[in-house]
Design a binder for this molecule. Sequence first.
Ligand SMILES: C[S@@+](CC[C@H](N)C(=O)[O-])C[C@H]1O[C@@H](n2cnc3c(N)ncnc32)[C@H](O)[C@@H]1O
Length: 306
Amino acid sequence: MADIVGAGGIDGLARVTKVLTALEAERAELIQQLRSQRLASWDEIGQACGMTRQGASRRWSQQAQATSFGDAAAAYQQGRPPYPASAVDWLVPGNSHRVLDLGAGTGKLTRLLVDRGFEVTAVEPLVEMREQLAASVPKAAVVDGTAERIPVADGSFDAVVVAQAWHWFDAATALREAGRVLVPGGTLGLVWNVRDQSEPWVAELDRILHQHGPQVMDTRPELAAPFEQAERLEVRWEHQLSRADLLAMVASRSYVITLPETERTELLNQVSELLDSHLDLRGRKRLTMPYLTHCTRARLSATGES
Ligand SMILES: C[S@@+](CC[C@H](N)C(=O)[O-])C[C@H]1O[C@@H](n2cnc3c(N)ncnc32)[C@H](O)[C@@H]1O
């Protein structure tokens, strides 16, 4: 320790901070491994870190959830819905050429962008998701990276889109990075599919899904300068899926993936029970899931500056 602090002063403080930051990253990685392989509960992790269960889960579960998708990449690809055509057309101006799909996952949106003739680069940090993406959308360029450090040159895209992922990012850093990689006047588009709870069986499904705590996400975020005033669009649509697809959709939710095994199995059993017993669902081979798709779009100012 004395080696690190040295003669103290501002240089000593900088050295201590560097070591602490590296150790903190190491601790977060260990916790991520323990959770994703279900080797420890939040109680045990809290104890090992000298804090309560709630303190530990509040501090690390967001990160554990953001990085959990790799464990369920196949379920994600099977169960998650695509995005309605009118939303995609609104999010990316037709005169765009180079489009960046950030937090692209298995490529649910990437495919729709490629089909419109855009030259698409998909950025995704998890290898399991990138593998699914590369297999299902071979025309897209697939890059390992994060929203906070996008590994592409300044001003190299006409549009950046983010589907179902902005809430996982450090918004201020991601906004700065999106501004950096866009050409002046380029567009940032964010989209979320939200299940329409005005349908009673969907409300019941969501009650089961969120019994261990609500998932809070802002699907109409404000976007600061150098982006201009955000515009919004909401699209109501329906997704047809099989019973197996719906169970895969449930299994691919981050808060379900990161539950302890017994709670996860119990939750999936409750969803099966709902499918077997609800008057609007039982005996049906195909289900109709109603969605409200929330879109936000903002242009980078023409100078690229605030
Ligand atoms: C709910 S999925 C959405 C995937 C895809 N965009 C879609 O619409 O299906 C969220 C994705 O964001 C990715 N992600 C999480 N944190 C990220 C970050 N900081 N930077 C980039 N991607 C991130 C996850 O790995 C995951 O693939």
